[in-house]
Design a protein around this ligand. Sequence first.
Ligand SMILES: [Zn+2]
Length: 195
Amino acid sequence: MALLPIVTLPDPRLREKSTDVTEFGPELKKLVVDMAETMAWAKGIGLAAVQIGLPKRLLVIDIGDLTEDDEYIEGDEESEKRLAERRTTSNLEVFVNPVILEADGQIEYEEGCLSIPGVYSKVRRKEHLVLRYQDVDGKTHQIETRGFKSIVLQHEMDHLEGIVFTDRIGPMQRMMVLDKYKKLRRRKSEEDEEK
Ligand SMILES: [Zn+2]
């Protein structure tokens, strides 16, 4: 059990394209446990391996029983407080080498990211997915998802391609969000220096 440091923008590792997981053994299982711990500690709802600096096609999600109507934003204290109780319902899911087979419908949701802490933006995603993936033992599964889970999976699968949510929004909005993020980072590094 170990907490792993989360890579944040503008770290170039977030832009790496992840490669397939080919070894299914105790090492993979240990990594999944560490990623789940790290995600829970950071109060995240999803974490891709590349976010801890490992460009492998592996992600964990835990949305408990949240739906898109809860308006939960990753890395946002207010929504965390509001939903503390519902978030204690744990439902860890692991996706190895996930592939989207079908995607349709539209849904818009205010997204945040553990790798871009403190900023949020509405992102448009597909509402319905058919997904093929492997579990930690290498067994292949196919599932259908809707709504919030589809959103979280698309966000995390973007990370496998080196894409972050701010790449998915309009240029004006992106400029505003990234400008705010820069200011937050600057303030944080000043605070850290004072400590
Ligand atoms: Zn993210």
